[in-house]
Ligand binder design. Structure first.
Ligand code: SF4
Length: 320
């Protein structure tokens, strides 16, 4: 269904469809217990400094219902950390899955962010493998280099379950690998095209709360090693020269997308808007943003999203 970028009376941008739904990128399920089988030097879970505590999964159904009442739909649902989600007890994962299955109309599809650990756990893979896309971050296409860089010792791409999965790779843009970006893109698609759903080019985030503050050694590693927000224009120029752009930049989704000649979608998040703006996070029973502030998702009654959709010009069309 067609989507358009519109501006609310208070100035904020939202993406809406012809039925007047607001379209967010993802409903992100973040657990509060950290456990993982990798030791990534930029650990996106440890860098957040989120406080932990009780998951309050029992609030999941009512919080999703709240999104539904507020007229929100999502591109996808994401099972996320804190840490590796497949390390949660299988009973809890089953119960969550049962809740999500009551709301299929809210999510175009579903993702599971993983270290790769899930591919070594047939019982948990069986719970999600048939209808989830598995999102995995890498620093190198080469498995030996990736295992060394991210400190893990079992190559998940060799697990039988990996061959049956649909996968999104987040390829970290680093000072050390940027010079071979175009070769890497081609090689990912050539080597993993059979399982690959899409490819993300990832600029690592230095601090969830305040990106001007270095919170830890993980932030420092990212500053020393990774490409930063200031490099986005350079990456976009290179990508525009080689691949077909399939969207116009918009200040809600904050992303650039290209189509590889094979048909594969390649996405870069620009980091120009507040981190996680188009996401709603479930954390410890509440709906929050990436700074852990409560999400105020209900709109004033006099906001007519269908009218805003109909009044939006052609350039407001969100192309994906
Ligand atoms: S896989 Fe994720 S949670 Fe595990 S160490 Fe790496 S970044 Fe942290």
């Amino acid at each position: 269904m067609e989507k358009r970028l519109v501006q609310l009376p208070d100035g904020q941008y939202v993406v809406v469809d012809a039925l007047g739904h607001r379209i967010y990128k993802t409903f992100m399920v973040v657990g509060s217990r950290y456990t993982c089988d990798k030791n990534c030097p930029y650990c996106t879970a440890k860098i957040t400094l989120w406080p932990g505590g009780n998951n309050h999964w029992e609030q999941m159904a009512s919080q999703i219902e709240r999104c539904e009442r507020a007229g929100i739909r999502f591109e996808y649902l994401t099972m996320s950390g804190n840490g590796e989600p497949s390390k949660n007890p299988i009973g809890e994962l089953r119960e969550l899955r049962d809740v999500f299955d009551r709301f299929p109309h809210l999510f175009e599809y579903r993702r599971f962010q993983t270290s790769g650990n899930i591919f070594w756990n047939p019982e948990i893979f069986a719970l999600f493998g048939h209808d989830h896309v598995f999102e995995i971050t890498r620093v190198s296409l080469d498995s030996a280099e990736d295992m060394q860089g991210l400190c893990y010792n079992r190559d998940y791409t060799q697990a039988p379950a990996f061959q049956e999965a649909r996968v999104v790779f987040n390829h970290c843009l680093l000072k050390a690998n940027y010079h071979r970006l175009l070769e890497d893109i081609d090689a990912y698609i050539q080597r993993y095209g059979r399982v690959l759903h899409s490819l993300n080019l990832k600029i690592l985030n230095t601090n969830t709360f305040d990106e001007t503050q270095l919170s830890s050694r993980y932030s420092q590693w990212i500053l020393d090693t990774g490409l930063g927000k200031g490099d986005v224009d350079m990456v976009v120029a290179v990508m525009n020269n080689h691949f077909e752009r399939v969207n116009d930049y918009n200040p809600f989704f904050d992303r650039f997308e290209w189509r590889h000649p094979s048909g594969m979608l390649i996405t870069l998040y620009a980091r120009r808007t507040p981190y996680g703006l188009p996401n709603i996070v479930f954390y410890r029973g509440a709906l929050v943003d990436y700074s852990l502030h409560p999400q105020h998702i209900e709109l004033p009654e006099d906001v007519d999203l269908k009218a805003l959709f109909n009044a939006a010009p052609e350039v407001a069309r969100v192309r994906t």
